[in-house]
Write a protein that binds this ligand. Structure first.
Ligand code: CA
Length: 239
């Protein structure tokens, strides 16, 4: 069946037939085009040819792992990548985020949730600097860091940076509460939800990634500081 080319293409990299079939049907019904690769090597060889709008990348894949695929693709493309990991393998999630994935979803997931994540990731990646030139209502800014919650973009020293969803939410919570110590529990609760039972290292990974984007010296943070034994604080700086 031919698919209209103007629809966004989801590149499904998945080796489980039952998932492939359900995703193919479900995503097409939601208005996406779908291409499928069944192992990591195939994903890498197909990537350049099909030029997808977003990648749904399983971590456990034959031949080349999902994290290695992510790492390879990130060398040449900023295409949004959502990693898919099996329940209980939080370590996969952390590695996935470290190698540059934008978001992750844990199996088994509901199609509705997946589609919401895909749409959010596409929305963030489709914004051009011109579109986000004007900082709109609800923007919070401290010094040379401005956050626009409507557009999900952050401007650092005049440069527009698109952040993955959870990084964005985390930064927003911290900046909106600048000068206040935010405990680890509060941050996890606000960003990942009260029912989050994953590894708390996820928080540290996100903090690390945020620092690499907003600090001039990420190893010696002056904005997003650690409050030992408690949590983190975003410093109130004079403009
Ligand atoms: Ca798999």
């Amino acid at each position: 069946m031919s698919q209209p080319t103007e629809l966004p293409m989801v590149f499904v990299v998945e080796d489980e037939e039952s998932f492939i079939e359900a995703l193919d049907i479900g995503l097409k019904r939601e208005g996406f085009r779908v291409s499928v690769a069944k192992d990591g090597a195939e994903a890498l060889s197909m990537f350049d040819k099909i030029n997808p709008d977003i990648i749904l990348l399983d971590v456990m894949l034959p031949k080349v792992s999902g994290t290695d695929v992510c790492r390879e693709i990130r060398k040449k493309s900023q295409v949004p990548i959502i990693m898919v990991s099996a329940k209980g393998s939080e370590i996969d999630t952390i590695i996935g985020l470290e190698v540059g994935a934008d978001d992750y979803i844990v199996k088994p997931y509901r199609l509705r949730e997946l589609v919401a994540r895909i749409r959010a990731a596409l929305r963030r990646s489709s914004l051009t600097p011109t579109e986000i030139d004007e900082v709109g209502f609800g923007t919070v800014s401290i010094g040379d860091v401005a956050i626009d919650p409507e557009q999900h973009v952050v401007t650092v020293r005049g440069v527009v940076t698109k952040l993955p969803l959870k990084e964005f939410e985390l930064l927003y919570v911290l900046v909106a509460n600048a000068g206040r110590v935010m405990t680890r529990e509060t941050l996890i609760d606000r960003v990942w939800g009260a029912d989050y039972y994953g590894d708390t290292k996820t928080l540290d990974v996100h903090i690390k990634r945020l620092r690499s984007k907003i600090e001039s010296e990420p190893a010696n943070p002056t904005r997003l500081v650690t409050i030992r034994g408690l949590g983190y604080k975003y410093e109130k700086m004079s403009a």
